[in-house]
Design a protein around this ligand. Sequence first.
Ligand SMILES: Nc1nc2c(ncn2[C@@H]2O[C@H](COP(=O)(O)OP(=O)(O)OP(=O)(O)O)[C@@H](O)[C@H]2O)c(=O)[nH]1
Ligand SMILES: [Mg+2]
Length: 430
Amino acid sequence: MTESRTDTIAAISTAPGRGGIAVVRVSGPDAWKVAEKVTGRRIADEDAGRFRHVGMAGVDEGLMLVFKAPRSYTGEDSVELQGHGGTVAPRRVLEACLAAGARLAGRGEFTLRAFLNGRLDLSEAEAVIDLVDARTERAATDAFARLEGALSRPFERLYAEAIDLSSRLEHALDVSEDELPDDFRSDIDSRIAALAREVDRMAATAHEGRLLREGALVVLAGAPNAGKSSLMNALLETDRTIVDSVAGTTRDAIEEGLDIAGWPVRLMDTAGLRETEDPVEAEGVNRARALVAKADIVVALDCDIPGALRIHAKCDLDGINGLDDRNGLEGIHVSAKTGEGLQALRQAIASRLEALAARGDEVAEADVTVRQKGFLLGASAALARAVGAIDCVAAANEVRTAAECLGKIVGKTYSDDLLEALFSRFCVGK
Ligand SMILES: Nc1nc2c(ncn2[C@@H]2O[C@H](COP(=O)(O)OP(=O)(O)OP(=O)(O)O)[C@@H](O)[C@H]2O)c(=O)[nH]1
Ligand SMILES: [Mg+2]
């Protein structure tokens, strides 16, 4: 972040590795000059928005797409050089751009410039990284809605209201009390309280946001040999974890990502719950208990765990070898061996996730991030203090604090630290 924000930057914007094409992006005041040197072609205003077939510094050939400020992703003059993919060709094109005067871009620096040039606000910039990171349809839909301003609009409204309240209170400080209407304070207080309710309502949407971005933690738990590892493998459709007829096979908790009805899920296989003398297994059991406590959803195999989704495993064995008396066969009947009940289990997990994410009567268009929630809570606390404040001076101070918190969400006010924390999550080239 200490780098200049007005020089010309370049980076490979496509994923590394084998691929059909790769895109080198150049942005900044000298972007066109850099591209002219690399391609040996003159760029004119009429080239903006057009592809041209070009050679690239004797190392590659491909298409050049020219953007003229402010009509580009960054809001600056930009060029995309689309050459052959792979490891070497794009790197050589990038090196040619650096030799022609560009600087290697830092993480998220193209998007940072887009923010600094007013092309998007901070909540939209966060949506960009979440869209790139999205692992499921649902997560991508949420991120795209935010990129399109689904959160920016309500945040702008809250910010504008806080600024208006703050300026009214500050105006009240400049005039004598009898110039103010009788109900001035009670009016302002009820508007502050209404704003606080709005802020709290938005903060509450962070929960679904977390489920979508980090994935829901779904923990398989039960006695040794209950069939947890087999069920994990069946849900993943791979042989991810070791299965054995010896009780106490799994010790470490094993995590794997999975898409269940569009929800990103972190599925965990755990050690069978029992008292044991073996210190390694005992540690595994402790970890399993901790995960059960932390889980968004616990899938309990033939055992009772409060709040858990109970299932009856190995149902293919029912009626064979006198096994049909196992714990009353409660819950969804599932067999890792035959696949019976797996779909019903997925559906049950999905509907629990829906319920976890639902917030009363109203479904928000998109959900706030953890960063945004922190500022919303800061604003909420300041507004609560403002309502009870002894005089207009104190109230004005608190409302100003709330406005600053809200301003940081969209980037009305920002510090280098804030930008650094946000954009360091990006990859180079975005
Ligand atoms: N018939 C049948 N056998 C199963 C099924 N699921 C698991 N088994 C068998 O039950 C035994 C234990 O399975 P695991 O998946 O290792 O059980 P676990 O709960 O992970 O056991 P620990 O890791 O020791 O706690 C193995 O011999 C599996 O082959 C099933 O759906 N049907
Ligand atoms: Mg196991």
